[in-house]
Design a binder for this molecule. Structure first.
Ligand code: NAI
Ligand code: 15L
Length: 268
């Protein structure tokens, strides 16, 4: 049966807020969890991914989990270790203990961020491209994907790892024209990841069908995902404001963009 009750971790964040708005139309009943309380959501679970007992209670009875919580940019190794590596392990353990069948894991383009992006008519980045994390943050996403594989092989807990490009209401940089995932397509992809049959551990790229796409969406489409959006209408304005990507600029040459050289830092 298709999942009905879904735990959304990281529900107070940018992507969590977008998905709280969009996923209920697919019929899901969302249970929310975040470190931070959410205005107008008194039933949301306020808990740290370090709190194993709270996680176990939060996952009890849900059909699936969308795991967005964690540090979403670069930080110290110690903070990334606690929130993203141990935190994701704690959530998988809670899911295993409570018999949850499937997790959709918010991986990131930064797990493979050092990969040069295609230029001209070079081939798209395939989904089995070697991991090349661009940060400790990207390294934690690489860990999450391996953790997901282990829990599938060893415990039969399924995961779709979504290497999300940039999911924001609009693309705000020339790079994002190539990796943008519209919020509507994000919801379509999460819905496909929750409902496709027999996913085992499947890794997919998460973006819209952008004209300037850098990566291959075949494994995402195989889940039933049909992207509806394209960043191209934003291209003319963004290129006029920022210029074309300069292949000799190290900030521009790789999939991870400026995370490779000068990543944004988590504020707390
Ligand atoms: P965000 O930083 O806005 O949200 C993350 C949320 O996780 C925050 O509300 C924060 O309070 C919560 N959180 C952090 N540490 C926690 C902990 N120890 N316990 C419980 N909650 C904790 O990030 P955003 O943009 O919403 O991203 C969500 C997820 O998707 C993240 O895992 C991020 O790495 C991933 N992602 C997002 C992309 C995007 O374009 N927005 C791109 C690639 C990956
Ligand atoms: C990510 O992984 C970050 O969580 C998000 O904040 C964006 O920076 C995104 O990647 C990106 O690459 O644009």
């Amino acid at each position: 049966p298709a999942p009905h009750t879904v735990l959304l971790t990281g529900a107070a964040g940018g992507l969590g807020t977008l998905m709280r708005g969009l996923l209920p139309q697919y019929g899901y009943e969302l249970r929310l969890l975040d470190l931070r309380p959410i205005e107008d959501e008194p039933d949301a679970v306020v808990a740290d991914l370090a709190d194993r007992a709270a996680l176990r209670e939060a996952v009890r009875g849900v059909d699936a989990i969308i795991h967005l919580a964690g540090i979403s940019v670069e930080s110290t190794f110690e903070k990334i270790l606690k929130a993203n590596i141990e935190g994701t392990y704690n959530l998988y353990e809670a899911a295993r203990e409570e018999g949850v069948r499937r997790i959709v894991f918010a991986s990131s383009n930064h797990a493979v961020g050092f990969t040069p992006h295609p230029r001209g008519d070079e081939p798209l980045i395939p989904i089995d491209t070697p991991r090349r994390p661009d940060t400790f943050y990207g390294l934690s996403k690489s860990f999450g994907e391996d953790l997901a594989q282990l829990y599938w092989d060893k415990h039969g807990l399924e995961t779709v790892s979504v290497r999300i490009g940039s999911c924001f209401p609009e693309p705000t940089s020339v790079r994002m024209l190539s990796v943008w995932m519209s919020p509507g397509d994000g919801a379509r992809l999460f819905h496909a990841a929750l409902t496709a049959e027999h996913v085992g551990h499947t890794v997919v790229h998460g973006s819209s069908a952008n004209t300037r796409l850098w990566w291959d969406l075949t494994s995402a489409r195989a889940l039933g995902y049909e992207p509806q959006d394209d960043s191209e209408p934003y291209a003319e304005r963004l290129i006029a404001e920022q210029g074309e990507l300069d292949p000799d600029n190290p900030d521009h040459a790789r999939l991870g963009g400026h995370f490779v050289t000068n990543p944004p830092i988590w504020p707390y």
